[in-house]
Design a protein around this ligand. Structure first.
Ligand SMILES: Cc1cc2nc3c(=O)[nH]c(=O)nc-3n(C[C@H](O)[C@H](O)[C@H](O)COP(=O)(O)O)c2cc1C
Length: 368
């Protein structure tokens, strides 16, 4: 059997995908998830074990948690960072482990929390806002994320240029650390997302108003990052394709946003939604965000990732084979089962390609 036909015989979720010079060995990614366990932005044993386990568990692509380009761009004091040179070596330790001990590729999600910053870690968030030790937060306009959030300062054009430079510097450090892919966080109401949504961006200086103007800063960041990130390495962006709110972005805007990002050099778009204001929307069942990925993929002809409630191989295989997305990000289910991908392989009769240290599992499974 040729390599090509051997590959096409694999279930859709186990087919590799190539983005620029990067081949991701299967279609399941660990979705970025803040773990609030960094110390002054520095990652350590927790992230090594957490991300390393999911890589050993068989994902094709590990995406790190939102990793902030400035100390005052964090959500909370526990958030991960890449804003100073000392952050590089701890990240490199994680990247090297993933590359050495698994077939997974690893991307870093670079972010600035904007008006959602300066709050306690998730499990202490009964009250929003850090009573002490908080920091000034910035946003396109001086509008709070929610009634109990800190008030942001409206950014000047100098701030915009500063933050763009921070994304560029963090990208250079991400390269030093050996990451395979950059994902820019342009979703969920964080800084770049807050420029994109008309609910949070009321600027009148060329960075607000029309969708094109609201996209100016995110596109400047993308182009600046693309200019320093190697040609053969891909860039992704996570977006909120719709805001789920009256007066906010709708899927038509999401499609236009995607087109602008692809025109500026994006390789794949990671399609999420909402969280742009503190208004809670109901928990939606099923693959409720996949229609947005599908709409963007059909309108642009470009690769997409989908995310939300994917927790079994049937869903992942259907999404890929029906052309609704190219990669499935799995978040919370990976907290439940770090070995989701290898388990799904075994259940579908595919060799889960166990790490050499774990090969005895095969004999155990064969005898059961
Ligand atoms: C604990 C936690 C932290 C998260 N942190 C991030 C993050 O850093 N960046 C991001 O883009 N999304 C973040 N998300 C959203 C997830 O990546 C994902 O989109 C969401 O959980 C829906 O996918 P799921 O149903 O597979 O969990 C987070 C979600 C959870 C549960």
């Amino acid at each position: 059997m040729s390599a090509q036909s051997a590959t096409s015989a694999l279930p859709p979720m186990f087919q590799p995908i190539t983005l620029r010079g990067l081949t991701v060995p299967n279609r399941i990614a660990l979705s970025p998830m803040c773990m609030y366990s960094a110390v002054e932005g520095t990652v350590g044993d927790f992230q090594l074990v957490h991300l390393g386990s999911r890589a050993q568990g068989g994902v094709g692509l590990v995406l790190t948690e939102m990793t902030n380009v400035r100390a005052d761009g964090r959500i909370s004091p526990g958030c991960a960072g890449l804003w100073r040179p000392e952050h590089v070596a701890p990240w490199k330790r994680v990247v090297d482990f993933v590359h050495r001990e698994s077939e997974a590729k690893i991307g870093i999600q670079l972010a600035h929390a904007g008006r959602k910053g300066s709050v306690p870690v998730a499990w202490e968030r009964s009250a929003r806002g850090l009573a002490e030790r908080g920091w000034e937060i910035i946003a396109p306009s001086a509008i709070r994320f929610s009634d109990d959030s800190p008030m942001p300062r409206a950014m000047t054009t100098d701030d915009i240029a500063d933050i763009t430079n921070c994304f560029v510097q963090s990208t250079k450090w991400a390269l030093e650390a050996g990451f395979d892919l950059i994902e820019l966080h342009m979703g969920h109401g964080y800084l770049l997302s807050s420029f994109m949504s008309p609910l949070s961006n009321k600027r009148t200086d060329g960075y607000g108003g029309s969708l094109e103007a609201r996209m100016r800063f995110p596109l400047e960041v993308l182009r600046a990052v693309r200019a320093v990130w190697p040609e053969d390495k891909p860039i992704s962006a996570r977006v909120s394709a719709i805001d789920w709110e009256e007066g906010g972005n709708k899927i038509e805007d999401g499609v236009e946003i995607a087109k602008m990002l692809f025109d500026a050099g994006l390789d794949i778009i990671d399609v999420s939604s909402g969280n742009v204001t503190g208004e809670r929307r109901p928990e939606l069942p099923g693959l409720f965000q996949t229609p947005f990925s599908e709409a963007i993929r059909k309108a642009t002809g470009k690769p997409t990732m989908t995310v939300g409630n994917i927790r079994n191989a049937d869903d992942a295989n259907a999404v890929i084979s029906e052309g609704r997305a190219d990669i499935c990000c799995v978040g919370r289910y990976h907290l439940y089962d770090p070995y989701f991908v290898r388990h799904a392989a075994h259940e579908q009769g595919i060799d889960p390609n166990w790490p050499k240290q774990y090969l005895n599992v095969r004999r155990m499974l064969a005898s059961s």
